[in-house]
Ligand binder design. Sequence first.
Ligand SMILES: N[C@@H](CCC(=O)N[C@@H](CS)C(=O)NCC(=O)O)C(=O)O
Length: 219
Amino acid sequence: MLTIHGVTRSRASRIIWLCHEIGLTYRQVPVIQAYRLADPDAPDAPLNTHSPGFLRLSPAGAIPVIEDDGLVLSESMACTLHLARRYGQPFGPADAAEDALMMQWSFFAVAAIEPDALTLLFLHGSGRAASGAEAAAIATAAERLMRPLAVIEDHLAARGQMVGGRFTVADINTAEVLRYAQGHAPLMQGFPAIRAWLADCQARPAFRRMWEMRLAEPE
Ligand SMILES: N[C@@H](CCC(=O)N[C@@H](CS)C(=O)NCC(=O)O)C(=O)O
């Protein structure tokens, strides 16, 4: 059986959402991010990204990691693309061209969007008014996101979905990265096609199930 190492409040959410779409059974090992613990190295600390047992599995010390039939794989996008390819029709690629496009959009999301989108998530999510430096960082991140989001906006306005005219792993990978920026209304208001597509993606029962799992975990 597939094993997913990582709490749902992490990039493991991408893999869990996909598994629910496919109907793929998995076992989840709730490895938590070390930075979320007061003392991750304490003897009674829960299994975390500093734990020696986890580092033996994945020396990079980051979640998620999957084990699938003896294959140990890290990098969340590699995990979703692998699972979609292996188990995921119609969520995976139908041919080599679709496979290439699914990789293209996943790498674009990670390389061109994720860092700045995470800046927005963490600074907005702090629950207090942004200081001067934080407000400047938010403005810079939002400004840098204008161009890649315009690329996604034009693509979705023309095609409706990321690849193949149907909901696929490329939509999951892109939507999960854009979710980090979703709370920044001044940015998102300029991108109606992204907003409508994100709403459709997040209305899917498989997303809702993953989201319930996140909410059930401690913050
Ligand atoms: N590019 C990696 C990033 C993995 C990553 O940074 N994961 C975070 C949680 S979402 C983590 O494990 N951080 C560990 C830590 O900081 O202790 C991926 O997509 O899987």
